[in-house]
Design a protein around this ligand. Sequence first.
Ligand code: ARG
Length: 483
Amino acid sequence: MSKNQLDQKAQAWSALFSEPMSELVKRYTASVFFDQRLWEADIQGSLAHAEMLAAQGIISAADWADIQRGMAQIEAEIRAGAFQWQLDLEDVHLNIEARLTQLVGDAGKRLHTGRSRNDQVATDVRLWLRGEIDGLITLLQELQRALVAVARQNVEVILPGFTHLQVAQPVSFAHHLLAYVEMFARDEERLQDVRRRTNRLPLGSAALAGTTYPLDRERVARRLGMVDAAGHPQVCQNSLDGVSDRDFAIEFTAAASLCMVHISRLSEELILWMSQNFGFVQIADRFTTGSSIMPQKKNPDVPELARGKTGRVVGHLMGLITLMKGQPLAYNKDNQEDKEPLFDTVDTLRDTLRIFAEMIGGQVNPASGQKEGGLRVNAAAMEAAAQKGYATATDLADYLVKKGLPFRDAHETVAHAVKAASSHNCDLSELPLSVLQGFHPAIDKDVYACLSLRGSLEARNTLGGTAPAQVMAQIDRHAQRLG
Ligand code: ARG
């Protein structure tokens, strides 16, 4: 490190220290190699702060102009990959500030007036996360659109619905997919909600107690877009809290964990459905891999990895929440450890959402303008599976109830019928009328309509049920919502 750099670093706090940091401690305490991804938020935050300092007469108009000029150059250097990030300058904030001072002299040294790295970093993380949340919401909507599009093609396709992974009742495959759309719609709501609490300004809290300069925090908030739906500036109202809590990051990671859990459940189903024993769906080859030893294999690596990565994101939630629990007010260096789990959560969720939207919905073929290569559905295999396992037994019980039997008696009667069908190795609908009448004389030939898979589906025609008319209504509702 040059003498100049040493001076820069020493300048960042004081001349109080009588010995330099060891290399190991430097590496241990530095964050620049991961927090440099905050550079854009850091520059944005600094510009908003400097503009306000000038407007309040705390720095001169000339200083403000120099700071803008210097920051424009730094931005260009970073974008071009020409910026020299230095471990000795510890973090993104000190790296950028040191370079600014190198470029514009004293104006650079005035930027930190009325500010601390504590409120600076809290602001940067919030700004950065807000942008990422917006991107994730867009991707979540993409994924929902993909699921709704596949659902629209499969309203009449019948899948065995399971409870306990045992065939329970037939459902429309579209209905099954729409269950995931509901989950992802709630994930989207949760992200919107977290965004509201993330989008508040810590800057002006300074180190912990506020500052002696006449700052206009609301001006800074407005400039950074930290406003509510009505356009009112959103400013952290307690300086100690503003610099120290990372609850917004924890909330975000909790929302991301839930979203990954939903993707993990879908993954688990895709993996089962793709297995030879189900054969319900196929995903495009580019989402699978072969085996190095078994030539016949096509493994569902992408869904399996998504299921695996869910553990990683839930782990980050545990990491962040545990990071917070023992910290006295206000800022502690522990908080520097918020970044890697938060960044990795965003990266993992972003990639997973992108890949799933494409795997389910396909990709636009530029020649045709149509989406191709999405989830392929084997309707015949699904329907054949729904024929096994007496999926319409409940319908027979409901039929008897409508003929006047109490439900519990009807349930018992049907159990006998299932036992008989099972010993004849046939479906309930394959039992002759005379045999069915042996179980109860009220049974008539109209029973066969309700023993069919389609009849069973159509009978569940209440809000939220699997009847094709209900499913279509839900598809239209989602399509409208998603635009
Ligand atoms: N790199 C630090 C972080 O991420 C910046 C804040 C440092 N503040 C301090 N007082 N040491 O938290």
